[in-house]
Design a protein around this ligand. Sequence first.
Ligand SMILES: C[S@@+](CC[C@H](N)C(=O)[O-])C[C@H]1O[C@@H](n2cnc3c(N)ncnc32)[C@H](O)[C@@H]1O
Length: 282
Amino acid sequence: MSGAGEEFQVVTRKKWMARKCLSRRNRHKSESDYLNDCPDVNVDHFQARLERLCGEMSQSDYFILSMDTLQQHLDMLKRPLERIVCLGLGPFTRTHQALHQAAFIMSAQRQHNIKEALYYDPVFRETEKELIQRLNGTIIAEDRAGRHEANVSTLYYLPHCPYALMHNLLWCNWSSESLANVFLISNSFEMLTLNRTLSKTRIPNDHIARITAHCTEAPLEDDYEHNNVFNDLSLHSFPSDKLPAVDDEVFWTRCAPLNVHEDELQTELNMEAEMAALSLGS
Ligand SMILES: C[S@@+](CC[C@H](N)C(=O)[O-])C[C@H]1O[C@@H](n2cnc3c(N)ncnc32)[C@H](O)[C@@H]1O
């Protein structure tokens, strides 16, 4: 594979962190400072790089197997794919994870000949928005915090996204007719539910915890040549014969949507508490 990461490696993340964080004054410098400091890319050059990467992606075993899995789920629910919604892709001109994920979803759009591919991430720069538009995508104008209705069969691509986005997506489509249109690639629901139970951050009865036993989850085996890009992702679909009966009021009564930042803050607070407990214990 050609060095898909070179464009944003003028100053590598490691070098940047080392340079900025050496002095006591800059100790608070973080990943987001690195992303803000990254110089803008040349859109024409980057488009050519992204096109090349899409070509390579569509030949990769990971992509081919993932598309086979998606096709099996579409066949099971007897519907063609009509739309793509991609949330939380990340700053794909600045991190290699987001770049390879961009190539994945853009290649899926081509493979299924999808006209409507919608994207939202609050971190997108103007150059990133322009690149998406050049590659036949549309930027969603406002932050709906994951509340995107599936009125046609839709592939939702939410790689490594905040829990609240998946919760709110389910919240918004909480009926067996709408869920039948949802094909969701995100972190594995089984793992999310297990991790939340273990770390005691589980919200009782939230939509992910509630649906996990009733959805079809297919792990997308990560044999991709770059690590930490496609790890822990699964395809989830929601055939109605696995869902509780429509008159099961307890199951079908919606709980509250989650605030994305509140949820992240809660997780951060829990992590801080765990770190404090660990350092006290050592
Ligand atoms: C952990 S990062 C994942 C980035 C990338 N997909 C990856 O795997 O490296 C989560 C992403 O969710 C995005 N995000 C946060 N709130 C969002 C919202 N309301 N709608 C869409 N994306 C959001 C963040 O900006 C960030 O890029």
